[in-house]
Design a protein around this ligand. Sequence first.
Ligand SMILES: [Zn+2]
Length: 172
Amino acid sequence: MDPVVPQDRSTDSCAVLTDQSIRDEFREHGLRCTVQREAIYRELINAHTHPTADELFTLVKERVSGVSLATVYNTLEALSGCGLAERLPPATPSGPCRYDADRHPHSHVTLPDGRVCDVPPDLDEQLHRGLSADAICQIEERLGVKVAHVRLSLVCQGEKACAADRSDSGSD
Ligand SMILES: [Zn+2]
């Protein structure tokens, strides 16, 4: 099989996000439209931080009056159930789930505090190019499955694993 390389996400379909495009997506996925659901989905798409339900609630309640945490939870369940979002497994057994509206195949880095970053697309592609296509073929044969895409999950122990804060160079 061909190497499983993430798609180019430079032309993100979520870049232009109108009320109508959200309603169209809801309709295509059989999801009932409400003002609150649309607002929650829009915040999730714009967040890029893989928020928890609580974090998303904090963002949404500033924009939409009357929204409850229960509505956020229910909406995230509905979005996950119909494929418009993905529920990421918690970093620890008792930790909160995080949610991702980016449906392009991409890899994640989980930080020690449970936050999740996307692997930059160029590095994600580099990682995938290093994968063994032969091993994937054998996995398909032995398990009787068809691999659609490979998503890597890098779990970090130290604090410097994410490139967000690199201020340690240049001292003395
Ligand atoms: Zn992601």
